[in-house]
Design a protein around this ligand. Structure first.
Ligand code: AQP
Length: 350
């Protein structure tokens, strides 16, 4: 059942890239919140395939990953009959509004984005223009629906701030036209609020506790994928980088031990406990005791998700039907907002 928009306390937009297998980081940093927010907000959850091609994607793999990420949303608890679930490229207004925002955003703003620096690395000159422009398209994704809340991991905070700057500059640049269009508040695009409250807002790599766990990391051993089987999860956790010390009994003892801190954080997030509670159980234990307990917990939480994903992707036609249906519903929301944006900017025609 689709509830009327007025029954909700705001509109949520969020997305993930089909640039590989979703990880435990995507799950704990974003997805857990997405599922929770469905009851209180009108939710739009997107598979952002246009963002994915900012880095090279094999076309056949991209199609499979798009269906797999959509399947992961459903397997984690997104209800596609309630929330809107679709892939970005099916709604052309994302790119169209992105172009208008390219002309609102300033180069200096984009120059400050740390994710571009991280992803482009030393190969900046060889990075795609799309990778540099990614945060502007992300602003368009959100503001195309005048979304008020954006549940994301901590790594996306800077991009959200840029979306807020773009909304504010657009409202200011076109204030006369916005007022003439009947928006007496002077606000056409709202300031979207980041919702960064997942149980683990930044899950780190299993190989390097100072680097975020990422689905496109060259090493599969750096992450736990939602589709990993029990043996793979146990192996990855057994081989996760740690130090030789036993676990401390208080959180302060983790401050200089990023890998230990990360594993305790994952345990806490998956078990719904605080890190303090985990350490009161495992303080003094060595990793040879803690790691198997963590592996069991990961398997217990992720195995049902992996199983559900496999069942869903076994029927690609059904996944495509769900995405097409979501795109149709997304378009119904986006079209009038984009049409009004064009009029405000001064474009002739509907
Ligand atoms: N390690 C993480 N910890 C907490 N949250 C995370 N997210 C991603 N990794 C972590 C959150 O997941 C959402 C979707 O992210 P994305 O697919 O758009 O791309 P990303 O943030 O760049 O994630 P990846 O896994 O690192 O993707 P690739 O490798 O393709 O670039 C976001 O809300 C993000 O915060």
């Amino acid at each position: 059942m689709v509830l009327p928009a007025h029954a909700y306390s705001g509109r949520v937009f969020s997305g993930m890239q089909p640039s590989g297998n979703l990880t435990l980081g995507n799950y704990l940093g974003a997805m857990v919140n997405w599922v929770r927010m469905q009851d209180d907000y009108e939710c739009i959850y997107c598979v952002v395939d246009m963002h994915a091609i900012t880095m090279w994607q094999d076309p056949a793999t991209l199609k499979a990953s798009t269906r797999e990420v959509a399947a992961a949303y459903i397997a984690c608890g997104i209800d596609p009959t309630k929330s809107i679930l679709f892939n970005q490229s099916q709604v052309a207004e994302h790119a169209q509004l992105g172009w208008i925002f390219n002309c609102v955003a300033r180069l200096g703003w984009l120059d400050r984005m740390t994710q571009f620096k991280d992803k482009a690395g030393k190969e900046k000159e060889r990075a795609s223009v799309g990778l540099y422009d990614y945060p502007v398209l992300m602003a368009a994704d959100i503001l195309l629906y005048r979304a008020t809340h954006v549940p994301v991991g901590d790594d996306q905070k800077q991009h959200l701030e840029l979306a807020r700057d773009i909304a504010a500059k657009f409202n200011n640049d076109f204030k006369a036209e916005i007022a003439a269009a009947g928006h007496s508040s002077g606000i056409f695009f709202p300031q979207p609020e980041p919702v960064i409250t997942g149980p683990a807002t930044r899950v780190m790599s299993l190989r390097d506790g100072t680097k975020k766990m990422s689905k496109s990391d060259a090493s599969d051993m750096s992450r736990i994928n939602l589709t990993d089987d029990a043996d793979t999860i146990a192996t990855k956790i057994r081989k996760a980088k740690t130090d030789p010390e036993a676990l401390p009994s208080e959180v302060a003892g983790l401050s200089t031990r990023p890998e230990a801190d990360n594993l305790v954080g994952i345990f806490a997030a998956l078990s719904g406990k605080t890190k303090d509670a985990v350490l009161s159980e495992f303080g003094g234990a060595t990793f040879s005791t803690f790691k198997p307990a963590l592996a069991d917990l990961c398997v217990a939480k992720l195995a049902p998700i992996g199983d559900a994903m496999r069942r869903l992707v076994a029927d690609p036609a059904e996944m495509d039907r769900i995405l097409a249906n979501g795109a149709e519903r997304a378009r119904r929301l986006a079209t009038p907002i984009y049409r009004e944006t064009k009029d405000i900017v001064g474009f002739v025609g509907g």
